[in-house]
Structure formats: structure tokens, C-alpha cells
Design a protein around this ligand. Structure first.
Ligand SMILES: *Cc1c(COP(=O)(O)O)cnc(C)c1O
Length: 371
């Protein structure tokens, strides 16, 4: 069997975040078994997509669900769905928008790298407001006959000055414009699987490969039946803009298993476990000269999850953050941690750790700090 080792690839302990660059998350046995099971037989793929979608919709209190190729792929097909509906000619014509709606409205403050997935459909993004300050009239003025959708990025891009999502929904719906929420990294809390759609969003889009720990190349579009139907028409095996974003039978069953597992999890116990790990890290690290460790909350993606913020004083420790980080990356096992916003600061995240790895992360960090 091929292995990472044989390829000269060093496996890493991830105390950073559910970063695609590091492989996102680790699939638990239930998910792997479901993928193995799916891999054993041929099936009618569109029918499997429908049945898995029905099951996940029921489990997450949504009208419908489409399994996409990651949240980014979900954004592409959901935007396409808002433009084409079930019109075959429009699906065939994309990304040429002649005669079709061609604008998507977004809060200026929400602009981020993932809006490439929106623009990929050919639309122009119309920004409303100033960073951190948007008013209802901004939205009212931006809506016109070319508006295909409003997209709302939930997470670290949010600001207190945004028009509240409920209000965005009210105004958009009054003009017959659908609202999509990119909630890719908004788990935990588990309730977010139904929160945004219950607030009135027409669809909320999640990564399957972040905290859900489903297949890396999977995602969820949860919401209105018409959007899900139109996503399917724009996606594989049909020849549409989503055809290159293939979702396989293994991803479909794997993601279903991941959603079932996530809903059955004891999220309170898990939250306390993360708190314990962070507290343990802080206690131990604060014993070192030149190190100040404190609990940081919420996480970088605005999830209600704690991290340890570890500030080092290079004049006392004798090593800089960069030197320590290099040591962590080149060590065996390699450990990935994030930099904090403040100078000489690390952020340690328990979310992506396997049982017991918190000890290794601590030991490696202490070793590197002590040089
Ligand atoms: C991670 C992320 C995505 C992309 O999700 P994938 O499942 O990796 O495609 C999109 N939007 C936001 C805000 C994200 O955090």
C-alpha cells in the first residue's frame, strides 16, 4: 500500500484549524466505513444524491439538501441555481450570462477569498455599505432586475455594523431575491445546521470536511427544494457549470455518516473537553519564564470554541516565534500551530486533535521554547 512515508511526506499533528492546506480534518471510522461500503457497488448516482439529500434534510430540519464538492463547490452550484432555476437553456449557457441575472449582492465587509466561488459563475459582485457599516437603504438601492442573489458570509467576516441577516432576508424576499449563507466553517454549534435557514435564508452552505469530519471534498447545500433541485441540474452527472465539481457515491455516503455522527455527538462534553485541554496548556505554559498563556474565545472562524493564546518574550526565552514555529514544523512528529494577531503570539487549537495529542503538542512546544 502506498504511504505518506514512502512518498517522503511527514504526517503532522494539527493544533491549528480545519485548514484545507493541512487536509482539513480526520475522518472517523464511521465515515471511512460508509465510504468503503459505497465503493463496493455501482448505483444510479442522481438517485443516491436525492436519497442522501432527503435523509440529511430530515436530520437537519431542512426542506432539502444537496451534497456538493466542498462548500466552495456548493457556492458555485447554489449561485448557478439562483440564476438558472430549472431552465435547461440557462444551465447550458452558463457562464455566459446574456439574458440572465448577473449580479450578486454582498456586504463590503464580507468580501474574502471564497467569493471567487461566486464570481466563477460569471456574476459581478455588488458591494453594499462600508466595512463595518451597512444600512438597509444600501441593500434596497443595490437590488435591481439583474440581482440573482444576496450572499452572506457568516464567520470572522461578520461585523456588528452589518444589516442583521433577518433584515437582509426580509428586504431581499420583498424583491423576490434569494439569500444564500456561506456557513462553511460554522460548526460548532450543531444548531447552525438549521439556524440560518430557519432565519429565512434560502440556503446555507457548509463544508463536509471541517468540523463535521466528513470527506474533504464534500459539502452541504441545505435549504429550499427549488435551490437543491437546481443545484442538481447544474451539477454532475449533468453537463452544467458544476460538472467538474464531481461528487462521488463515496462522498455522499461518507457525508451522511458524518452528519449522523455529528448530530449524535455529546457536544457539551466535547466543549468541556476542549476547555480542559486549553486550561491544561495555559497552566503548564505559564510556568515558563517569558511565556504568557491565556484562553482565547471564540475561534479564528468565530466558532464558540476556545484556543490558547501563547505569547512569548524573545528577550527572555532567547528564541523568536519564527524559530519556535520552524522547530515545530520540522520536528518529529511535526506540529502545526497558528500565529496570533499580536506580535510573537501563537494560537493553539484543540478542535482538530486526536485523543492524547494535546500532550504531544504541549511537550513539543515546551521543548522548542526551551530551545
Ligand atoms: C472553508 C471555507 C470555504 C470553503 O469550504 P470547502 O469545503 O473547503 O470548499 C468557504 N467559505 C468559508 C467562509 C470557509 O471558511
Amino acid at each position: 500500500m502506498p504511504s505518506y512515508a514512502e512518498l517522503g511526506i511527514t504526517p503532522m499533528i494539527n493544533a491549528n484549524a480545519t485548514l484545507t492546506r493541512l487536509g482539513g480534518s480526520l475522518m472517523p471510522p464511521e465515515v471511512l466505513e460508509a465510504m468503503m461500503e459505497a465503493a463496493k457497488s455501482f448505483v444510479e448516482l442522481p438517485e443516491l444524491q436525492r436519497q442522501v439529500g432527503n435523509r440529511i434534510a430530515l436530520l437537519t430540519q431542512n426542506e432539502a439538501c444537496y451534497v456538493s464538492s466542498g462548500a466552495a463547490g456548493g457556492i458555485v452550484v447554489a449561485i448557478a441555481a439562483c440564476i438558472t432555476g430549472n431552465e435547461k437553456w440557462a444551465i447550458e449557457q452558463l457562464p455566459d450570462l446574456t439574458g440572465l441575472k448577473s449580479e450578486v449582492i454582498v456586504h463590503k465587509a464580507h468580501r474574502n477569498g471564497y467569493d471567487h466561488a461566486v464570481r466563477q459563475v460569471g456574476v459581478k459582485m455588488v458591494e453594499i455599505g462600508w466595512p463595518g457599516e451597512a444600512e438597509v437603504w444600501h441593500l434596497e438601492r443595490a437590488i435591481n432586475e439583474k440581482t440573482a442573489a444576496v450572499i452572506w458570509f457568516e464567520g470572522a467576516m461578520r461585523t456588528p455594523g452589518d444589516i442583521p441577516l433577518e433584515k437582509v432576508v426580509d428586504v431581499a424576499h420583498a424583491h423576490g431575491v434569494p439569500v444564500l449563507v456561506d456557513a462553511a466553517a460554522q460548526l460548532p454549534p450543531v444548531e447552525n445546521l438549521w439556524k440560518f435557514t430557519q432565519l429565512g435564508a434560502d440556503a446555507a452552505i457548509f463544508s463536509g470536511g471541517k468540523d463535521l469530519r466528513g470527506p474533504q471534498s464534500s459539502g452541504l447545500v441545505l435549504g429550499k427544494q427549488w435551490i437543491v433541485d437546481a443545484c442538481a441540474l447544474n451539477g454532475n452527472p449533468n453537463h452544467g457549470i458544476g460538472r467538474p465539481m464531481k461528487v462521488g457515491k463515496e462522498e455522499m455516503l461518507g457525508l451522511l455518516a458524518a452528519v449522523e455522527r455529528y448530530l449524535a455527538m455529546d457536544h457539551e462534553a466535547r466543549a468541556s473537553q476542549m476547555e480542559e485541554i486549553v486550561e491544561g496548556w495555559c497552566t503548564e505554559l505559564n510556568r515558563l519564564d517569558g511565556v504568557t498563556a491565556t484562553r482565547s474565545f471564540p475561534s479564528e472562524a468565530n466558532q464558540p470554541a476556545p484556543r490558547a493564546q501563547v505569547q512569548i518574550d524573545p528577550s527572555v526565552v532567547g528564541r523568536t516565534r519564527q524559530e519556535i514555529n520552524q522547530g515545530l514544523q520540522q520536528g518529529n512528529p511535526a506540529v502545526s500551530v497558528a500565529y496570533g494577531v499580536a506580535d510573537e503570539t501563537f494560537m493553539l487549537n484543540p478542535m482538530t486533535l486526536e485523543d492524547g495529542e494535546e500532550e504531544i503538542v504541549l511537550a513539543r512546544l515546551v521543548e522548542e521554547i526551551q530551545g
